[in-house]
Design a binder for this molecule. Structure first.
Ligand code: SAM
Ligand code: ZN
Length: 447
C-alpha cells in the first residue's frame, strides 16, 4: 500500500483528514513533526514524507495504546479486532474495556514510553470504535453513557464504519466470516509507518518535551474546541487557551492551531477557513466555521490553494504605486466625498491596492482567482436591501467576487452564518489596516 493511501482504520470525532492537504502546504517538509492531540493521527498519516523525528500523543489512553500496540503488534491487533458487528458483544466488551482496574493498569503501563501497548485492548477498542454509532465509545463522560455504559443506538443490522464497514472497498457482511486480509494489510502498512514514530500518552505538554530545537520544527495543535466545553465539561476552554498561549510564544516554529472562527486572537498569524459541510458526530453544531491559524514561520500557501488572510500589517509598505498627493493629500482637507450614508470612496480606492482576501495575491492572482482586484460589498444576510456601507467591503479578485456573489467555487454550499463568520473578522482587519494607513499618511504629511 502506498504511503498516500494511509488512513486511520477508525472514524474519529474532530478528525482533520479533510484539512490535511492545506496544512501540509503550509508546514512544508519539516525535520521534526509533533502532534500532541493526535486522535486518529490524520495529519501525521497525510504527511507527504516522514520527518526524521516524529512524536504523536493523546491524553485518551485507548488512543495512545492503540497506536502503540499497532506499532509493535500489528498482527495481534488485527486478530483481536477481526470480529463481526454484534450488539450483545458491544456491551460486554465495553464493560471489559472500561473496567477500572484494567484502565488503571493500562494508564500506569503507558507512562513508560517504550512499553509496547496491549494488543487485545487495542483490537477490541478498534472494533468498537468502528461499529459504534456516533462518538463516545469507551467514554463514560458522553451524554447517554451514564455509569460508563455505552449508548445503545448501535444496530446489528448496521454494517458499521471503519474496518468492519469498509475494509478497503469491501463491505463485509456481519456473518460472512471474512478473513479480513485487506484489513490485516492495512494495519501492517500503518505499523510500518509508525516504526520510527514516538507515541506518548498524557497531557499535550509531554510531547513538547521532545522538541529538540527550532530548525524546521512543525507542530500541529488540535486541542478540544472551546465550543465543546459544555459537552465534555472537561476544561476544554482552559486547555485551548493554554495551547494558544504556547503557540503565540512559539511563532518562530511552524505551528498550526485548529479551532472555531473567533476562538483565538493570534496577531501576525494567518488564518485558513475551511468547511467539512456536515455535522460532527453526536453534535448539533456544524463544523462549518472551523479554521486553522498558521504561525508566521509557516510557508506561504501555494497560489490559489487556500482561503487565507494575514494579520500582519500590510498597508503603506506593500504599496507598489506612489500615492497621488492630489487625490489623497491631507492638504486638500476633504479627500472623501460622502454622497450617501456609508459611502467612503477613500476606503474603496485603497482596497483596490490590497491583496485578494481569497487567494492572498496582490495584482494578478492565479488562474483560479482571475481578474482585477475589486471591492466586494458583504451583506450580512442574503436578500435585497440597502447596499452595505463601503467599510463593509473586502478586496477580492473578480473571479472570487463572482464566486462570492453567486455562491459558487470556493464559496459553494456556505450557509449565511458561515459566510459572515468568515467575512466579519476580515472586514474588521481591513478597516483597521486602512485606519493605520490613514494615520501614517497624516503623520507623513504633517512632518
Ligand atoms: C479534536 S481531537 C483531535 C483530532 C485529530 N487531529 C484527528 O485528526 O483525529 C482532540 C484530541 O485531544 C485529546 N486531548 C484532550 N485533552 C488533551 C490534553 N490535555 N492533552 C493531550 N491530548 C488531549 C483528545 O483525546 C482528542 O483525541
Ligand atoms: Zn484572488
Amino acid at each position: 500500500m502506498s504511503a498516500a493511501a494511509l488512513k486511520a482504520p477508525f472514524p474519529y470525532f474532530g478528525g482533520k483528514s479533510s484539512a490535511a492537504v492545506d496544512v501540509w502546504d503550509r508546514l512544508g517538509r519539516p525535520k521534526q513533526y509533533i502532534e500532541p492531540f493526535c486522535g486518529s493521527a490524520a495529519m501525521l498519516l497525510a504527511a507527504p514524507e516522514p520527518a526524521s523525528l516524529e512524536v504523536i500523543g493523546d491524553q485518551n489512553f485507548y488512543v495512545a495504546n492503540f497506536w502503540r500496540a499497532l506499532k509493535f503488534h500489528p498482527d495481534e491487533v488485527w486478530s483481536w479486532q477481526d470480529y463481526p458487528v454484534s450488539h450483545v458483544d458491544l456491551f460486554a466488551r465495553h464493560r471489559w474495556l472500561t473496567e477500572p482496574s484494567r484502565t488503571a493498569a493500562l494508564r500506569d503501563a503507558l507512562v513508560d514510553a517504550d512499553w509496547p501497548g496491549d494488543p487485545k485492548i487495542a483490537g477490541w477498542w478498534l472494533w468498537g470504535q468502528c461499529c459504534w454509532i456516533g462518538s463516545g465509545w469507551c467514554d463514560p463522560r458522553r451524554p447517554g453513557n451514564a455509569g460508563g455504559e455505552p449508548r445503545s443506538d448501535s444496530d446489528v443490522s448496521d454494517s458499521g464504519r471503519g474496518t468492519q464497514a469498509a475494509s478497503l472497498g469491501q463491505i463485509p457482511h456481519v456473518s460472512d466470516g471474512s478473513s479480513g486480509e485487506p484489513v490485516r494489510q492495512w494495519l501492517t502498512a500503518l505499523s510500518r509507518r509508525l516504526q520510527r514514530v514516538r507515541i506518548v500518552h498524557g497531557d499535550w505538554s509531554r510531547c513538547l518535551n521532545h522538541h529538540y530545537g527550532d530548525t524546521e520544527t512543525a507542530v500541529f495543535l488540535d486541542p478540544p474546541y472551546k465550543a465543546y466545553e459544555k459537552l465534555y465539561s472537561s476544561g476544554a476552554a482552559a486547555i485551548a487557551d493554554a495551547v494558544a498561549d504556547w503557540a503565540r510564544a512559539h511563532g518562530r516554529l511552524r505551528v498550526a492551531l485548529c479551532g472555531h472562527v473567533g476562538d483565538y486572537d493570534m496577531p501576525g498569524w494567518t488564518v485558513h477557513a475551511w468547511s467539512r459541510g456536515r455535522l460532527t458526530y453526536g453534535g448539533d453544531k456544524t463544523t462549518d466555521d472551523e479554521c486553522i491559524w498558521f504561525s508566521p514561520a509557516c510557508l506561504r500557501p501555494s497560489p490559489g490553494r487556500t482561503i487565507w488572510r494575514c494579520s500582519v500589517k500590510r498597508t503603506a509598505l506593500k504599496r507598489r504605486t506612489p500615492l497621488k498627493a492630489k487625490r489623497w493629500g491631507i492638504k486638500y482637507k476633504s479627500p472623501r466625498r460622502l454622497t450617501r450614508p456609508g459611502a467612503d470612496s477613500g476606503y474603496i480606492h485603497w482596497l483596490h491596492s490590497q491583496p485578494c482576501c481569497v487567494c492572498g495575491n496582490e495584482g494578478t492572482g492565479p488562474a483560479s482567482c482571475w481578474g482585477e482586484i475589486q471591492a466586494s460589498h458583504i451583506r450580512k444576510q442574503t436578500g435585497l436591501g440597502l447596499k452595505p456601507p463601503d467599510r463593509q467591503t473586502l478586496a477580492m479578485h473578480q473571479g472570487a467576487h463572482e464566486d462570492w456573489e453567486q455562491r459558487k467555487g470556493v464559496f459553494a454550499g456556505w450557509a449565511d452564518g458561515t459566510r459572515w463568520a468568515w467575512a466579519a473578522p476580515l472586514i474588521a482587519e481591513s478597516n483597521e489596516a486602512y485606519d493605520r494607513y490613514c494615520a501614517a499618511r497624516a503623520r507623513k504629511v504633517a512632518a
